[in-house]
Design a protein. Structure first.
Length: 141
C-alpha cells in the first residue's frame, strides 16, 4: 500500500522506539526487557516501568500470545476506518509477559468466532514504505 493511500493515523517512531519500528518493518516483533527485574514490557521505552531501572535491553519476541480481551468495532471512530468496520480491537498477552494493544485479523468479526484465551500469532501489515504494524491472527493449529 502506498503512503498516499493510507489515511489512518500513522505511528511516528521516536528515539526510544526507532528500533521497534525498524524490526517491525523487517517483520520481527521486539520488546524491551529489564536486566534488573528480568521482566519484558511494552511499549518500548528506556526506563523499566516496573522498577524504573535504566538497565534494559531488546529481546526478540516469539510472536505468540493469547487473546486477553477484544471489542468488535461496528461504527468507525473516524471516516478513515469506515471501510474496515466491523473490525476487531484486541489486547494480546504475549508469551514473554507484556500485554499489547493490537488488532485481531483474519477472523470473522463475530463473538462466536473469537474467544478470550485463544492462541494468536503475530502478522505484519506494511502500511507505508516506512511503517509496518504488528497485528495478530488466530494461531495455526
Ligand atoms: Zn525492571
Amino acid at each position: 500500500m502506498t503512503e498516499q493511500a493510507y489515511s489512518k493515523p500513522i505511528p511516528v517512531p521516536q528515539g526510544e522506539s526507532d528500533y521497534y519500528w525498524e524490526k517491525a518493518k523487517a517483520h520481527e516483533l521486539w520488546l524491551r526487557k529489564c536486566d534488573n527485574c528480568n521482566q519484558a514490557y511494552f511499549y518500548p521505552r528506556d526506563i523499566c516501568p516496573m522498577c524504573f531501572s535504566r538497565n534494559t535491553s531488546w529481546i526478540q519476541a516469539s510472536g505468540k500470545g493469547t487473546l486477553h480481551t477484544f471489542a468488535i468495532v461496528h461504527r468507525a471512530p473516524t471516516p478513515a476506518f469506515r471501510d474496515d468496520a466491523p473490525f476487531v480491537v484486541a489486547m494480546v498477552d504475549l508469551e514473554e509477559g507484556p500485554r499489547m494493544p493490537t488488532n485481531l485479523i483474519d477472523v470473522e468479526p463475530d463473538p462466536a468466532a473469537i474467544k478470550v484465551g485463544m492462541a494468536v500469532e503475530v502478522v505484519f501489515e506494511d502500511i507505508t514504505d516506512e511503517i509496518t504494524l504488528p497485528k495478530f491472527k488466530p494461531a495455526a493449529v
